[in-house]
Design a binder for this molecule. Structure first.
Ligand code: WTA
Length: 653
């Protein structure tokens, strides 16, 4: 791109266009500031107003926040609602025929599901769950591919007050078993398999294996026949197909009204120990933030076609596929396949065909697609896009500007959304019609979110200093606990050294304008000769180099400096070897020195064809830390997308 360098070297502020702001829900900085002021003036009144605006209550709440048993906060506790009614039924009078879901399969076939059809499917499946003895409060594990039925299954649970726990389809049988047993689920909903990149992937076999290894709580397995032609085996539980389960069930199902604090779902996420944490989310408070952020941050309107590429197995697929967009009654795309099949233009082809207007994806996907060159997206008409979003990790400015220019045509704001499984919804993100954007920063906390950067005693750190990112007051969609482990919840998120603040586990800094820059996980901070460095900061510098596609940085113990930096780098084009590699190492060390300072210069740089990642695209730093020490990684590598890369990075090929 011609002007990339100049865009990166200029003062990098991108103001929202008048065209965007004029039609945006929050269209000016003044409007945004007024909301911030409202929340500061009357915190509970602010949230009560939003809870009434965005959620339809069966029994209105009279109490807003109950902090009598902090940090076990309750929101809207005497209110009652049903989440599926909020996502479906309340839209029916006005838009029964409107498309709720455009489902696109791996092979390109497309189905449109209207709000009325979604209602009928959810009601039938909810009745099927009841027929199998599932009741309010029972746990149901959903192990399905990224297809509309996953959303149907989630909403069917919500309709009858059952608590779902979605397990990402890429997880192994062992991981599935652990989650089933931790939740003591009575039922598993799965499929025979799914299609990814033209290949069949089987799922049901994993369920059989999990059950074989002992899941005493499971009575029933419901299996969707999705791909056909695979041997689906048999498990020890009672089994029926989705079609059998819904056969004869009526398309009406009386929703169970639940108290606002009733758990909507449990979703597992990795912590600092080996055992994943079952993050528990509420019904009422969760839905308030889910809907409100879809409105404010994604600016979703009735005429938008929205597409979030995340899998339902992750929090993004919960809040920004199933619950938030449907609560607002918009049309969205759900895509089963992969971005590079049948070719590298798949995403952009889909944007063109479905006239996607709001597109939300991860920086890792953006970088991978950027690596393939501008020619690919340039072949498509992307003029329907009006807003772009990112999530999951800091986006490096180079990828940001590429996304902005090549995908957004210099027309679409990019909302870089910071949040976590635990936070339930966006907490820090630019409200796109109101906030000036700076590539690499998630900008300002949303109104009502009291974020700060503090030291280990809870004192705010000065501008431009790194510290712990905390949220000083509760918010409606915060996690309620870790399933079965209140003590770990309290210890992890509300540690004794901080005065009642939620500890996010990320380090961050604030700049002169109050903008927040995420520096990385607290556990990924490297201390080189007493200087704290964010691994992500070094990575961002490396990927800013024109030859670098992706980089991961870890610390390696050093007897003089404490730690030194080891970088794993994927370059654009072929992996350099021999002299070319040596030259590239020198170039990159100089480059990082130039970008951040000599302290950030990697001691060692290794090149790979790619990096070890989980199937959700997260780089597995735990493995890289071992490799950096030339130790074969210990522990479970079953969630790796690409296990062969380990040998390469160990220098074995
Ligand atoms: C990181 C994903 C920088 C962060 C929704 C956080 C980000 C963790 C951003 C949560 C962002 C997420 N900029 N870092 N915009 N979004 N992160 O639970 O380290 O899978 O703590 O939730 O991802 O990951 P999780």
């Amino acid at each position: 791109m011609d002007n990339l360098e100049s865009m990166l070297s200029e003062k990098r502020i991108f103001s929202p266009s008048t065209e965007f702001s004029e039609r945006a829900r929050i269209g000016s900085r003044a409007a945004f500031d007024a909301l911030v002021a409202e929340a500061e003036r009357d915190f509970e009144g602010f949230w009560a107003r939003l809870a009434r605006e965005f959620v339809t209550w069966d029994t209105p709440f009279s109490e807003v926040l109950d902090d009598s048993n902090a940090p076990f906060f309750k929101w809207f506790a005497d209110g009652r609602l049903n989440v599926s009614v909020n996502c479906i039924d309340r839209h029916l009078p006005a838009k029964a025929e409107k498309t709720a879901i455009i489902g696109e399969s791996d092979d390109g076939s497309v189905t449109h599901i209207s709000y009325q059809e979604l209602h009928d499917r959810v009601a039938k499946f909810a009745n099927a769950l009841k027929a199998q003895g599932i009741e309010k409060g029972d746990r149901v594990v959903i192990y399905l591919p990224m297809i509309p039925e996953a959303t149907v299954a989630m909403l069917a649970c919500a309709r009858i007050g059952a608590i779902h726990s979605v397990v990402f389809g890429g997880f192994s049988a062992e991981a599935l078993r652990d989650r089933i047993n931790d939740t003591e689920a009575k039922m598993v909903i799965t499929a025979d398999g799914n299609m990814r990149g033209g290949k069949k992937v089987t799922l049901k076999g994993q369920v059989d294996k999990a059950l074989e290894h002992g899941c005493p709580s499971v009575d029933t397995v419901i299996m969707l026949e999705h791909i056909g032609g695979v041997d689906t085996g048999a498990s020890s539980a009672k089994e029926l197909t989705w079609a059998e389960a819904v056969e004869g069930q009526p398309a009406e199902c009386e929703p169970v009204m639940v108290e606002a604090e009733h758990p909507l779902f449990i979703l597992y996420t990795s912590g600092s120990t080996g055992k994943p944490k079952g993050i528990v989310h509420s019904s009422g408070g969760y839905l308030v933030n889910a809907a409100m952020t879809c409105s404010w941050v994604f600016d979703l309107n009735d005429d938008d076609v929205y597409w979030c590429t995340a899998d339902v197995g992750w929090i993004t697929g919960h809040t920004y596929v199933t619950y938030g967009p449907l609560a607002l009654g918009v049309t969205q795309v759900i895509f089963e396949g992969v971005p590079t099949y049948p070719d590298a233009g798949r995403f952009w082809d889909m944007v063109e065909r479905h006239k996607v207007s709001v597109f939300y994806t991860a920086p890792t996907a953006i970088r991978a697609l950027m690596k393939l060159g501008d020619e690919v997206p340039n072949q498509y008409d992307l003029s329907s896009l009006r807003l772009l979003g990112t999530v999951g990790e800091p986006i490096n400015p180079e990828a940001w500007v590429w996304y902005y220019q090549v995908i957004g045509g210099g027309r679409c704001p990019i909302t870089d959304t910071w949040w976590q499984t635990e936070t339930g919804a966006h907490l820090i993100a630019p409200v796109p019609g109101a906030i000036d954007l700076v590539p690499g920063s998630c900008t300002l906390p949303l109104p009502g979110i009291m974020a700060d950067v503090v030291d280990d005693h809870g004192h705010s750190v000065p501008t431009e200093s790194g510290g712990n990112l905390v949220i000083k007051k509760p918010w409606p969609s915060m996690l309620r606990t870790i399933w079965g482990d209140d003590e770990r919840f309290q210890r992890t998120y509300f540690p004794d050294n901080l005065p009642g603040y939620y500890l996010a586990g990320d380090s961050a800094r604030r700049d002169q304008d109050g903008y927040i820059w995420i520096m990385g996980r607290i556990d990924d901070v490297i201390n080189v000769s007493g200087h704290r460095l964010g691994t992500m900061e070094v990575e961002s510098a490396l990927v800013a180099h024109p030859e670098v596609a992706e980089a991961a940085v870890v610390g390696r113990p050093h007897d003089v400096k404490g730690e030194t930096i080891v970088a794993f780098v994927v370059v654009k084009g072929d992996r350099p070897k021999g002299e070319a590699a040596e030259a590239m190492v020198k170039t990159l060390r100089d480059w990082v020195t130039e970008q951040i300072g000599p302290i950030a210069k990697p001691e060692e740089i290794r090149f790979g064809d790619n990096l070890p990642k989980t199937r959700s695209g997260k780089i597995m730093r735990r493995l890289l830390r071992g490799i950096a020490k030339d130790e074969l990684p210990e522990g479970d590598t079953s969630t790796l997308e690409n296990p062969a890369i380990l040998d390469q990075l160990m220098g074995k090929d």
